[in-house]
Design a protein around this ligand. Structure first.
Ligand code: AMP
Length: 235
């Protein structure tokens, strides 16, 4: 899956750590919002316009769980319960990921940061130029999450009702018929994930707003309209 990025070394990784260099050169974007707001969908759509790679901590963690890494083993019980994975695990994952060669001009974070300590750590790693908040009311989140599925081959994101494949059972992007649903995309876990968002993540809105880089986008609209508004905010 193209968007699933294990925390192991990328073949293009530079032999010398370049964290200091990245800290100077990088200018990154944060996609912010509750679970099911459409951050992953929008990241894929605007990736070509921005040229920045999508860095989804959720995807990285799922890849770590699937690979049975130490990070995956630490994260799994939190993910299964719909709780946030501890900050030290997440920050280590991000510090490692931004050393990859494709991150040298910045990245598009999807699902990170989710706590104030994560945002503080990020501020020491890269410049954030825009935080794009995709806003969707809680009552819409459950139906959005419960109908969600992705292509197991290329990672394209679909929804049973709102964004089905054009031909049933065939991915629009790559033609694969291998689809996946996430274990935590169920009505029980979504309530915990929403609580975690309101209690631990939403305070970040004021934190970024005070820095003048926070852009609110109405996420309860057609996917194309949302993409257009995000690109305008990024101009
Ligand atoms: P997501 O795919 O972004 O919805 O994330 C799935 C799950 O991974 C979340 O419910 C958390 O358990 C965990 N997770 C992903 N990103 C983070 C993060 N930045 N901080 C803490 N936990 C995270």
């Amino acid at each position: 899956m193209a968007t699933l990025r294990p925390s192991v070394a990328c073949p293009a990784r530079p032999t010398v750590k370049t964290e200091a260099l990245h800290a100077v050169n990088m200018e990154s974007i944060v996609l912010f919002g509750p679970p099911g707001a459409g951050k992953g969908t929008q990241a894929q759509r605007i990736m070509q316009s921005t040229g920045l790679p999508q860095v989804s901590t959720g995807d990285m963690l799922r890849a770590s769980v699937a690979a049975g890494t130490e990070t995956g083993m630490k994260a799994k019980k939190f993910m299964d319960a719909g709780q946030l994975v501890p900050d030290d695990v997440i920050i280590a994952l991000i510090r490692d990921r931004i050393q990859d060669a494709d991150a040298s001009n910045g990245v598009m974070f999807d699902g990170f940061p989710r706590t104030i300590p994560q945002a503080e750590a990020l501020a020491g790693i890269t410049n954030v130029s825009h935080v794009i908040a995709i806003e969707v009311p809680d009552e819409k989140i459950v139906e959005r999450i419960c109908g969600r599925y992705t292509c197991g081959n290329c990672g394209a994101v679909y929804h049973d009702t709102f964004n089905p494949t054009k031909t049933e059972g065939t991915c629009n992007s790559c033609g694969s018929s291998d689809f996946k649903r996430r274990a935590d995309d169920n009505a029980d876990t979504v309530m915990s994930r929403l609580s975690a968002y309101h209690e631990q993540t939403s305070p970040l809105a004021d934190w970024y707003d005070s820095k003048g880089i926070f852009h609110r986008i109405d996420g309860d609209r057609a996917i194309d309209e949302i993409s257009t508004d995000i690109l305008i905010a990024l101009e």
